[in-house]
Every structure is written in C-alpha cells, then in structure tokens.
Design a protein around this ligand. Sequence first.
Ligand SMILES: CC(C)(COP(=O)(O)OP(=O)(O)OC[C@H]1O[C@@H](n2cnc3c(N)ncnc32)[C@H](O)[C@@H]1OP(=O)(O)O)[C@@H](O)C(=O)NCCC(=O)NCCS
Length: 185
Amino acid sequence: MSDPISEPVSNPIVRTVASTQSEKTEIILPNDTNMLGNLLGGRLMHFIDLTGAMAAYRHARTYVVTAAMDHIDFIRPVRLGDLVTLKSSVNRAFTSSMEVGVKVWAENTRTGGVVHVASAYLVFVAIDEHGRLQKVPELLPETPDEIRRYADALLRRKHREAEGARRKKERLATAALDGEGAGNG
Ligand SMILES: CC(C)(COP(=O)(O)OP(=O)(O)OC[C@H]1O[C@@H](n2cnc3c(N)ncnc32)[C@H](O)[C@@H]1OP(=O)(O)O)[C@@H](O)C(=O)NCCC(=O)NCCS
C-alpha cells in the first residue's frame, strides 16, 4: 500500500491559474535541428517538458515528476535560427497530480512573423524528497478560457484513466501468453 498523501506545510489551499503561468524562449541552433534544418521533435518535447514543469513547480512548490505527456500536435516545422517561445499554465489540479497545458510559437527573426507551431498536455505529480506523493493546492480558474480548460482537463483525465486501464489489461494478457510460451519451450 502506498504512503498516505501529505501536504507541503507552506502551501495555500487555492492558487490561481495566473500564478502558475510560465514562459521560456530558445534560439534554434544547428545542434537542435535535423538535416533539413528543422527543429527535432525530441528537442521540442524536451523544451515542452521543462516549460510544463515550471508551471507545475509554481503550483505545487515541491518536487514534481512528469507522469504523462500526451496529445502533442506538431502543427508546423520550426526552422534553424527561429526563436521559439513556450508558455505554460496549470489547467487543473487533482490530489497529487496537475494537468499542464503548453503552447509553442516560432518567430522568424528576419520578418518578425510569429506562428503557433505546437501544443501539448502533460501530467505532473508532486512528491517530496523521499518520493512520497504530496497533496497540491486546488486551482482556481478565473477567466472564461481558464474555466473551459479546467472543465476539459477532467474529461482528458477520464480518457487517460480509461486508456491506462486498457493498456494494463493488454500488458497482462501479453505477459500471460509469454508465460505459456515459456512453459512450452
Ligand atoms: C508518477 C508516479 C509518481 C505515480 O506514482 P504511483 O505510485 O503510480 O501513484 P498513484 O497510482 O497513486 O497515482 C498518483 C497520482 O498520479 C497520477 N498518475 C499516475 N500515473 C499517471 C499517468 N500515467 N498519467 C497521468 N496521471 C498519472 C494519478 O492519477 C494520481 O493522481 P491524483 O493523486 O491527483 O489522483 C510514478 O509512477 C513515477 O514515479 N513515475 C516515474 C516518473 C518519472 O520518472 N518521470 C520522468 C520520466 S523519464
């Protein structure tokens, strides 16, 4: 059985979405790109993970780990020399977990044109230095967009749980088949 969930002592009961908002800007260098001069997907995922974690840290004020990164849409390629800006905020807090949304834009440094290139949802889980789950403050959505994202985050959590249960069942079935195979070998 896992340890009971505790709460960092200094945390308030509720935090606003605005207090979690975070931002990061990177210049895309040759090391970040593929042979066509486009930003590597894995590099962008790394930036998304870091920017998402900033919002989660601001909400939880304790250690956080990435539990899931889902629903990434790579809408347009990012080119060598572009400036990439990522913005994140917590969409909803549950018990120890938080859903964070990250949106990414690329800016052409010569023309100044800015395009939306990617969006992603991540789940972070709050833990203490011993890896024990920590309760996070509730999240207060204030604007119409924040209220919509807050409602949608619950639907995505249900979808994630259903998909997680389906994959677990599949793993158990595969393990059982492998076990039969080993017995016959
Ligand atoms: C994330 C982790 C702490 C969850 O621990 P656990 O013992 O499985 O915890 P539980 O099943 O009790 O779930 C705890 C919370 O995490 C959430 N969670 C766990 N796995 C999840 C997943 N795959 N996706 C989304 N949420 C998840 C649960 O919904 C729960 O949220 P709640 O407290 O808000 O209701 C654990 O799986 C872990 O340490 N994973 C590795 C994290 C890591 O190293 N990340 C970097 C990747 S390289």
